[in-house]
Design a binder for this molecule. Structure first.
Ligand code: SF4
Ligand code: SF4
Length: 89
């Protein structure tokens, strides 16, 4: 399941550089997550890094974008193959 950023976002800029898939960018009023690039950090980290760093807890899971772990792993592999995701160290 992808994550989403709510309107409680304070535009602190902390989450954007933490995303290994470049899924986070500034929207019209606050940051947003591109669901097609969000893997819940599967393949890179054991927990969603944006959630870990957000100081106001405004990055819940998106119930509209539910995916299984197998689907997230496939998404991760596709993002790596396309040169979009950072390769794990
Ligand atoms: S959960 Fe991971 S992949 Fe998804 S937006 Fe947050 S940092 Fe990026
Ligand atoms: S870390 Fe949280 S408050 Fe800061 S920009 Fe990201 S979503 Fe917004």
């Amino acid at each position: 399941m992808a994550l989403l950023i709510t309107d409680e976002c304070i535009n602190c800029d902390v989450c954007e550089p933490e995303c290994p898939n470049g899924a986070i960018s500034m929207g019209p009023q606050y940051y947003r997550i591109e669901a097609a690039r969000c893997t819940e950090c599967v393949g890179h980290f054991s927990e969603p890094q944006c959630q870990v760093v957000c100081p106001v807890d405004c990055i819940p899971f998106d119930p509209q974008n539910r995916e299984t772990v197998a689907q997230l792993e496939e998404k991760y592999r596709n993002l790596i193959a396309a040169g979009i995701a950072k390769r794990p160290l």
